[in-house]
Design a protein around this ligand. Structure first.
Ligand code: GCU
Length: 349
């Protein structure tokens, strides 16, 4: 299956390359610049819905010049592959998890810290603050790409096939899939589980064949990616709020006339807004579907023991990357403004 997938990816790559060499479409699209955007979610996911809005918006304004094409479901490869394709300009944009970007620039380590944000209001406000995000988003320009907006990906929690997690002790001896980022591997090590880094597209099969005992993600992974067919316990330890990031190729963005760039910028804003609205609805629907159709039990637990174990990571990361401290401090201001929240249905009462 994996081999078939690779062959498929190579074949798609070859087709892409042949049309890309001309850079333009054919037939009705002749003369238009084809803009390719890749992501790894299914077509029912808020990210895909938001990117289709981007396509509609940009084409409504600049449809004579650009043909926007959105490729879902890792059709253009894994997130790591897509970031590399965006870097070189083989594609123009892709959505990558902040975790994956950590392997391209240390600056992204900031948003991967466990328990960085006290609440989703603090998270949203910090990510909306250009004083925090701009320096980080622009820091990869020399590497050929820059972040053009962030995308909400909710809160990450542990979920397991057959062993419910109530406390960190329950993770002991369990193989848990994490994203391929040093911060996530370290977090898992501290919490006592056995970190198994792999790409998102491989997780379902790994769960099904019991190569791993569980994973960690937002609720959408249960339904949109089918992980809830295999994993029956979802435990709200709320360890990370990791944004997804829409990145673009710098040469493409910089070569664009200013009036066209302005339309694209409006489109990026739209991606952020539409996805955020869709996200709230999608998570609610996912929880309902997971509980009612897939038989997933949602566990609301005391997050404090998880938080205490992870706490030293903040100073460790800041010690390693001192330039990140001012942004970290700014995030703390938002945390004070919008303090702690529990998962809905959780331990507040
Ligand atoms: C979320 C996130 C993706 C990421 C995935 C993962 O779905 O939105 O960008 O790839 O988690 O765990 O790999």
């Amino acid at each position: 299956m994996k081999k078939f997938y690779r062959v498929l990816t190579v074949a798609i790559g070859a087709v892409l390359l042949s049309t890309m060499l001309s850079g333009c479409g054919s037939g009705a699209d002749a003369g238009k610049r084809i803009v390719r955007i890749g992501h790894n979610q299914a077509t029912d996911h808020p990210t895909h819905i938001a990117l289709l809005e981007f396509e509609t918006y940009v084409e409504s304004k600049l449809g004579d010049k650009y043909n926007i094409e959105v490729y879902p479901s890792e059709l253009l490869g894994s997130q790591t592959d897509m970031v590399q394709l965006t870097q070189t300009g083989a594609i123009d944009f892709c959505v990558a998890s902040n975790s994956i970007l950590e392997t391209f620039s240390d600056n992204y380590t900031l948003f991967n810290m466990p328990y960085l944000f006290a609440s989703s209001q603090a998270y949203h406000s910090a990510m909306d603050d250009p004083n925090i995000t701009d320096p980080i988003f622009e820091s990869t320009k020399k590497a050929g790409f820059e972040a053009v907006t962030w995308i909400d990906a909710g809160t990450r929690n542990f979920y397991t096939v057959s062993t419910p997690i109530y406390s960190p002790a329950d993770l002991k001896g369990l193989k848990i899939r994490v994203q391929q980022s040093p911060t996530n591997v370290e977090m898992m090590r501290l919490l006592g589980g056995s970190a198994t880094p792999m790409g998102f597209g491989e997780v379902y099969t790994a769960l099904q064949s019991k190569i791993i005992d569980g994973a960690e993600n937002n609720e959408m992974a249960l339904t949109s990616n089918g992980h809830g067919d295999v994993c029956k316990y979802y435990s709200y330890d709320m360890h990370q709020m990791i944004p997804d990031i829409l990145i673009g190729n710098c040469a493409f963005l910089d070569d664009m006339p200013a009036e066209e760039r302005a339309i694209f910028e409006e489109g990026f804003l739209l991606v952020n807004q539409v996805e955020r609205e869709e996200w709230t609805k999608a998570v609610e629907a996912a929880k309902e579907k997971a509980a009612n159709d897939q038989g997933v039990e949602f566990i609301y637990l005391d997050t404090a023991p998880f938080q205490e174990i992870c706490a030293p990571m903040h100073e460790n990361v800041l010690g390693q990357y001192p330039d990140l401290r001012p942004f970290y401090e700014k995030i703390q201001e938002y945390n004070q403004l919008y303090p702690v929240e529990a998962a809905e249905g959780g331990l507040e009462e």
